[in-house]
Design a protein around this ligand. Sequence first.
Ligand code: F6R
Length: 252
Amino acid sequence: MRIIVSPDPVTTGAAAAHAVASAADDRPDLVLGVATGSSPQPLYRSLAILVRAGLDLSSATAFALDEYVGLAPDHPESYHSVIAREVTAPLHLDPARVHVPEGPAADAGAAAEAYERAIARAGGVDLQILGIGTNGHIGFNEPGSAADSRTRVVELAPQTIADNSRFFLDPAEPVPTHALTQGVGTILEARRIVLVATGGHKADAIARAVEGPVTAAVPASFLQRHPDVTLFLDDAAASRLSPALSTPSVNA
Ligand code: F6R
């Protein structure tokens, strides 16, 4: 696990964007795994600047990690909408190559299997971008998720529902309670993983993921078993790591 600590979220996102850009330079038909939420936004913004300067992602394929169950795809907070707005358009991706799990599908089990097959048909994910929940989730694999779990419908933890309520400001509209998410096992099959975490509210989850035991109680701790993971952290998110890991530097 490599850890790169930067002073603030913007610098963190820029460092992660350069890692993604260099992977795309090496392989124009890169298969990218994309996360939603706040953490990767500075990454996407930096990457968009590189795209405007000439980086070509038009042959890349993208697979989102998850989608809410019970939100129409055209709802502004559905991950179909968020990915279209924050990823596909600014990165000039080909919309036909951007995939989001079909959260509202009538047969969610079939939708989950179809998503796994689509990832396999694309040859697997080359580089997966991840955030981390304050409870240590990756994708929406909440505490208790197995290391070999696959794409499936999950119930969101109360902590996640509380954390996500900031995106659902209309009190008449409840925060979704379920999602269709790639499994931990699905995520761990990506050849390379880039996790972005910023802010002191992520410090505990990061410390447990990096230095705690590998346990289903902290799904991000399963990343310790992956051979190619880079964590891009700001000072605040790194603040509970042991001093050798949290200094602004690259750690092998
Ligand atoms: C989003 C996702 C989640 C988020 C996590 C952190 O697609 O899979 O795991 O990455 O909940 O969210 P933020 O970045 O908003 O704190």
